[in-house]
Design a protein around this ligand. Structure first.
Ligand code: CO
Length: 226
């Protein structure tokens, strides 16, 4: 989730460089093959996965946090925070970096220097949603150029595992609640375009068309060069 709306326009420019070439080769392919954590660490991505990559539609697998895995996940988390700050985001979910595992990271300040605000959610579950809802404009780093008003419960309660393996319950409202719900949706393959009003859907359609065209062109080029 981007930390502010104006940033989204900037990211759109990253989709293609000045010569119209794709900046990053793999994130906008249409097939959406997920990779293993080892593959991820061998070649860490330099950008986030974009719509309509199918990995964004997958239900993520729980992480078996054995000792050997902890260190790998810690390294994945470092890459994710780094990409999140690079893209001016305040939350990022594993499918957005090509991994179909149940993990997301959040820093509501979006500030690289505010390490104290960083939170890692492994195998999270939200088990209670408050009755009152609020509407706010949201964006998504995988949907550059798309924003929509999303209605969400104000308060949530849930639990998640930390990097050290301990489990903690959480209770959030306000921005933290909204970011966590947005990222949690990613782990179930749900995007803001599934939740927006008809008016917003119509407004962002040209942007989605453009992202779809880019991905199709990319896939066609891949096939041609294979
Ligand atoms: Co998102």
């Amino acid at each position: 989730m981007p930390s502010n709306e104006s940033i989204v326009a900037t990211i759109m420019e990253w989709v293609q460089d000045r010569n119209g070439r794709l900046v990053n080769e793999w994130w906008s392919s249409i097939t959406g093959a997920s990779m293993t954590v080892a593959e991820f660490l061998a070649t860490p991505p330099t950008s986030v996965v974009l719509y309509p990559n199918e990995i964004l539609r997958r239900t993520c697998k729980p992480i078996l946090l054995e000792d050997t895995v902890k260190d790998e996940i810690r390294r994945v988390v470092d890459v994710m925070f780094d990409l999140m700050y690079q893209h001016k985001g305040c939350g990022l979910a594993a499918p957005q970096v090509g991994l179909d595992i149940s993990l997301f990271v959040v820093n509501p300040t979006g500030d690289r220097d505010r390490k104290d605000k960083e939170k890692v959610f492994i195998n999270p579950s939200i088990f209670h949603y408050g009755p009152r809802t609020t509407s706010e404009v949201e964006g998504c780093l995988s949907l550059p150029g798309c924003t929509a008003v999303i209605d969400r419960p104000r308060k949530i309660m849930g639990k998640a595992t930390h990097l050290d393996g301990t489990e903690e319950k959480f209770c959030y409202e306000g921005l933290m609640s909204r970011i966590c719900q947005h990222e949690y949706n990613h782990l179930q393959g749900t995007l803001i375009i599934d939740m927006m009003s008809m008016v917003d859907a119509k407004r962002v359609r040209p942007v989605l068309d453009r992202l779809e065209t880019i991905a199709r062109t990319r896939s066609a080029n891949d096939r041609a060069s294979a």
